[in-house]
Design a protein around this ligand. Sequence first.
Ligand SMILES: NC(=O)c1ccc[n+]([C@@H]2O[C@H](COP(=O)([O-])OP(=O)(O)OC[C@H]3O[C@@H](n4cnc5c(N)ncnc54)[C@H](O)[C@@H]3O)[C@@H](O)[C@H]2O)c1
Length: 317
Amino acid sequence: MKRVAVGVIGTGFWGENQVRVFRQSRMADLVAICDSNKKRAEEMGTKYSVPWYSDPSKFLRVPELEAVTVCTPTQTHLKVGLQAIEAGKNLFVEKPMTGEERAADRLVNSAKKAGVKLLVGFIERFNPGVRAVKKMLTQKVVGDVIIATGRRVARWPIRIGDVGVVKDTAIHDIDAMRYLLEEEVSAVFAQTGSLRTHSYEDYAEIMLRFKEGTTGFIDANWLTPRKVRTLIITGSDATINLDYITQEITLENSQRLVKPFTPWAEPLKLELENFITTILRDTEEAPSGEDALKAIRVCDAALRSGKSKTLVTLNAN
Ligand SMILES: NC(=O)c1ccc[n+]([C@@H]2O[C@H](COP(=O)([O-])OP(=O)(O)OC[C@H]3O[C@@H](n4cnc5c(N)ncnc54)[C@H](O)[C@@H]3O)[C@@H](O)[C@H]2O)c1
């Protein structure tokens, strides 16, 4: 079986998980890693027995390198991503793909021009629970969907200092809802604010109107002491509850409550396998840079709505 030679750039908290998954993969050869913090790069290189670099341009010159994942802080994604594209590498960029719409647009266009793949880290699409919910929605198990309610709360992860809870956290729910409902957001109303001293919002209650009339509601914050990540789909005939963390599903109507079994699997493993398969089979990227761009637009609309306290409409085509 053909394998893809990959490298990870940014081997902090999340990048280390990617290094671990690639190290165990039968589809990828992890040929190099890079972190601008030399101590961290060396520590990860030694722990996972992989050549390490602290200079991204030297890392990108590793001759066999075909594909790169970007796990650096969000505000560096554009610069690091463009460097990788210029070096001709296929690219997987962690969410949020960039901090701003204009930067996302640049990355999408540059990848297109260079003819390299660009995928984005919307990991929930690879959560087996989400996959099972998608199947149920396709089979119309709940009838017509009325509202999707997402709750994603925890304490503030202090290392995330360059975006707020909307672009760091709620963006997962925005993409998951776009993916599950197969609809675009046409209007956003949000209340946002910050109870802490950092410069970004740490709570957001976001109401989305999807083009066909479905409602999305997202409660995201960095204030709740316990990590909760849930989704409720309320339909005309039944309701689905998903716990993103345990991947458990409950399906309920007025007669019965069932808990369909979905075998647990690590979403990150499935997500990175999808990146590799997309390269090997030369297939369409999903989730793509365009998906990232659309989610960032919804985030920006939520932030604008939070500031202006008004409804913000979007072009939902
Ligand atoms: N998909 C998910 O569920 C998920 C989970 C956690 C984090 N993330 C994303 O991953 C990214 C990284 O988050 P994190 O929590 O690992 O942060 P982190 O601060 O723990 O790690 C970032 C690493 O990048 C290194 N770095 C900074 N600038 C660099 C550069 N220009 N070149 C090379 N290395 C550089 C830092 O030294 C650090 O080790 C963020 O975009 C975050 O949103 C995604």
